[in-house]
Ligand binder design. Sequence first.
Ligand code: C5P
Length: 225
Amino acid sequence: MNLNGAPVIAIDGPSASGKGTVAQRVAASLRFHYLDSGALYRLVAYTAMQSEVDLTDEAALSDISRDLNVVFTGAKILLKGEDVADAIRAEICSNGASKVAAYPQVRSALLGRQRAFRQVPGLVADGRDMGSVVFPDAVMKIFLTADAETRAQRRYKQLMEKGIDANISTLLQDIRDRDARDSNRSVAPLQKGADASLLDTSALNITQAVDEVLRRYGEICAKPA
Ligand code: C5P
């Protein structure tokens, strides 16, 4: 399983918990690679919607997953050469992603692609099943969360900053629906594994959350092998 010895830090958690920002900053600080696994599910939903594929057609969705022509480069996500980084963040893709992510064939079609991100000197991967399924031998597994109201507030602020109109109670409902779908699905459900350490960021800002992850990683590295 340990493909090339590069250490993996797995950061899993619910939607809008801030794990993406935390994971990216931890990766930058350690000069590790970064995998935003949620983007892959978003890309599948986006492609399906663009090509009018039904989000319940598991076989077609798995073909899309296998054939995704995507390049991650800096902040850009190039799908067949077109930057869709912003487009896949839209709420419609968030909801679509959590629907397509419930299909086992989609998940297995994306597995190899995710594992290929594991390169020296190391990888920080964020998602729902990084520690449980994709990188079970990760050196550190964090379950990063915050209460639903805090997450809805953060998402609201983010959208406002981008000039996108939003309604806080709709956002809260979306977050609750997505949590329920992600936690109750039969394959790779969102849950804190016994070997993951909990990091509740409800009362932390991003810098504090990043520092805490780095502190925990430093502790692991300092332990004699
Ligand atoms: O992390 P993000 O919100 O971008 O993920 C979008 C959706 O993709 C999630 O709601 C979840 O259903 C799905 N997902 C997943 N497994 C992952 C990452 C994301 O099922 N590793």
